[in-house]
Design a protein around this ligand. Structure first.
Ligand SMILES: O=C(O)c1ccccc1NCC(=O)[C@H](O)[C@H](O)COP(=O)(O)O
Length: 261
């Protein structure tokens, strides 16, 4: 059983409980459900830097990254740094995140917010909208082609952008469909947790130009971005590199300043 199998096994139990606690009708009545969303894909297309900065407290590969930060400061700091969007991990068991982290980010900034979650049920997409997200993540490795279609079409009806994440060619081929906005290549091998930019390089030419290309994980310096931009990547998802510092916003500011130099 790999880490994604374990996470999705636990997620099914969690989502079934959540559905009983807060029915869909109640989510649909939340104030944020009516909010006009902001397109991350559009922001990335218009940007020269393309940074999506993540709120990530811990992870299966690194354990604790940073537990002591105030979510408000992180979101405000990222916004002041000039990032294009913010990713908020909402999984509790493996990443120490929560939907409260998403709400805090929503209350603190006007960035497009990605709900970084292991989505296996339509309920989580409605929940994402009700808690202020603008974008959802769909992970090809844990979904069938039919689920990717069903979930991405629901997201589009709710005016949410869709970032579809792949790790290899097979996942990419099964996923390409018009209801996606961004295709993300995850550089982290989920069996070994090793990260390699080669994954992004190798898959780039197989991604049709209709989608905004995003490279995810293991990006720890500006050089990595300079290497990936010629492969057509417009978005760069960075978590640990910013979150391991005492001031992720300041770290993102310095990173973007270096990128613009
Ligand atoms: O980060 C992990 O260890 C991890 C393990 C299993 C599934 C997903 C995982 N991470 C989620 C992400 O995709 C990253 O948080 C994101 O791409 C940022 O990565 P990084 O910049 O390397 O923190």
């Amino acid at each position: 059983m790999n880490i994604l199998d374990k996470i999705t096994r636990d997620k099914r139990i969690e989502v079934n409980l959540r559905k009983q606690l807060i029915p869909i009708k109640q989510l649909e009545q939340s104030i944020l459900f009516e909010r006009e969303t902001i397109s991350l894909a559009k922001k990335l297309k218009e940007s020269n830097t393309g940074i999506i900065a993540e709120h990530k407290r811990r992870s299966p590969s690194k354990q604790i990254i940073n537990h002591g930060l105030n979510g408000f400061d992180v979101a405000k700091g990222y916004e002041n740094a000039g990032v294009c969007g913010m990713s908020v991990l909402t999984d509790g068991k493996y990443f120490g995140g929560s939907l409260d982290d998403l709400l805090t980010a929503r209350a603190s900034c006007n960035l497009p917010l990605l709900r970084k979650e292991f989505i296996i049920d339509e309920y989580q997409i409605i929940e994402a909208k009700a808690y202020g997200a603008d974008v959802i993540l769909l992970i090809a490795a844990i979904l069938t082609k039919a689920e990717i279609k069903q979930f991405s079409e629901l997201a589009k009806q709710l005016h949410l952008d869709v970032l579809l994440e792949v790790h290899n060619e097979e996942e990419l081929y099964k996923s390409i469909m018009p209801s996606l906005d961004m295709l993300g290549v995850n550089n982290r091998n989920l069996k070994t947790f090793e990260v390699s930019l080669e994954t992004s390089k190798q898959l780039s030419e197989l991604i049709p130009n209709d989608f905004v290309k995003v490279s995810e994980s293991g990006i720890s310096n500006v050089e990595a971005i300079k290497i990936l931009q010629p492969y057509g990547y417009k978005g760069f998802l960075i978590g640990e590199n910013f979150m391991k510092t005492d001031d992720p916003g300041e770290s993102a500011t310095q990173f973007i300043n270096n990128l613009n130099r």
